[in-house]
Design a protein around this ligand. Structure first.
Ligand code: BTN
Length: 352
């Protein structure tokens, strides 16, 4: 942890505990640095948007960490909520083409993450469960070749590279688990009740507030999916100008029109990444149950839009269940059951 991260952590803890100032001397001792170094760290935190008040006797009080966004802040939020991820490799950008595309480039540049025997290389260990986060994207990608509109300030965009030792054995589960992870974070941080539209959309009050795009990278010799890039885009506050009239009908945000709700993009991104990484090692059954409880399609008639196969004609079906791999089980008009592992479904009755 850098001095800046440590100073912020101590001040944030004190703010939570009793709101009293922490002296420069105490900070210096806790960080193992000089008081001048503490002062420098405080100055830099202020420049990044943290509101830190100085007291007459040389103490500091954190009034607000504001909506500052930096790699240090991200790391400190991540380490605080998920101590085991304190060493996680994080790549932060104020603007990027796409965090998923960047992740692909990283993987391509290190020539894969495994050696001939399938073990993670040094690069593999560095990038497994690493995070790329950006304040804005110029070429954000959505599912099925769509664009994901990714404006600055009102949203946050991140990708997690996941390359488990045995490869990705159940690809659909990655998206399903990540959707549950994001819902957990939204509930915990903002007390909202999000819902999931199979397979990757997160809704709040009838509007889409986040989407997930999971991309895999396969080894053609072994047939193994070696790694997944889990891309998550979250709309934090309304930004109608950024969206086309068509998207304005569908897109919502966490705060909506509630000007009072304050969201730290850095904390949201850090806790989302942390929860995604953690949930991926949780037992499958419990997470699928959680996904089902959050899913709002079950019991509804949906229109299925197939994306693979020769016959891509849409058809109606009743959504009845989510299976253990995250597939959507639907009942067809002839009464038979079919499990969808890809494709898209829409609910015409509700216009989404
Ligand atoms: C969808 O709703 O269709 C999925 C949207 C996924 C968007 C995220 S933003 C971070 C990551 N980078 C991208 O280019 N896309 C994903």
């Amino acid at each position: 942890m850098t001095t800046k991260e440590k100073v912020l952590e101590i001040l944030a803890e004190k703010q939570k505990k009793d709101g009293n100032p922490v002296s420069g001397e105490v900070l210096a001792e806790a960080c193992g640095v000089s008081r001048a170094a503490v002062w420098k760290a405080v100055k830099s935190l202020r420049e990044k948007g943290c509101l830190i008040e100085g007291t007459t006797n040389g103490g500091y009080v954190l009034k607000s960490s504001g909506d500052a966004f930096s790699q240090d802040l991200f790391t400190s939020f991540l380490a605080k909520a998920y101590p085991s991820l304190a060493e996680c490799h994080v790549m932060c950008f104020s603007e990027i083409d796409s965090t998923n595309t960047y992740a692909r480039r990283v993987l391509a540049e290190c020539g894969g993450l495994r050696d001939g025997a399938g073990r993670l290389t040094e690069a593999g260990m560095k990038y497994h469960d690493s995070v790329i986060v950006a304040e804005s994207q110029t070429a954000g990608k959505g599912r099925l070749g769509r664009t994901f509109v990714s404006p600055a300030k009102t949203g946050i965009y991140l990708s997690v590279i996941h390359a488990p030792e045995k490869g990705i054995t159940h690809p659909a589960r990655i998206t399903v688990f990540s959707a549950v992870a994001l819902c957990r974070v939204l509930r915990r941080l903002y007390g909202v009740e999000p819902a999931i539209k199979w397979i990757n959309d997160i809704y709040l009050n009838g509007k889409k507030i986040a989407g997930i795009l999971t991309e895999g990278s396969a080894n053609f010799e072994t047939g193994q999916i070696e790694s997944a890039i889990i891309g998550i885009g979250i709309n934090i506050s309304d930004n109608r100008e950024a969206f086309s009239p068509e998207l304005q009908q569908i897109a919502g945000s966490i705060t909506g029109s509630d000007g009072d709700m304050s969201v730290s993009r850095c904390r949201l991104a850090a806790e989302t990444a942390g929860e995604v990484i953690s949930i991926l090692s949780e037992p499958q059954e419990a997470v699928i149950q959680e996904y089902k409880a959050l899913s709002f399609l079950l019991g509804d008639t949906v229109t299925v839009h197939p994306v693979i196969g020769d016959d891509r004609t849409s058809y109606e079906a009743l959504a009845v269940d989510i299976d253990g791999d995250g597939g959507l089980v639907v009942r067809l008009a002839d009464g038979s059951l079919k499990t969808l592992s890809s494709g898209e479904v829409s609910l015409h009755s509700r216009n989404y």
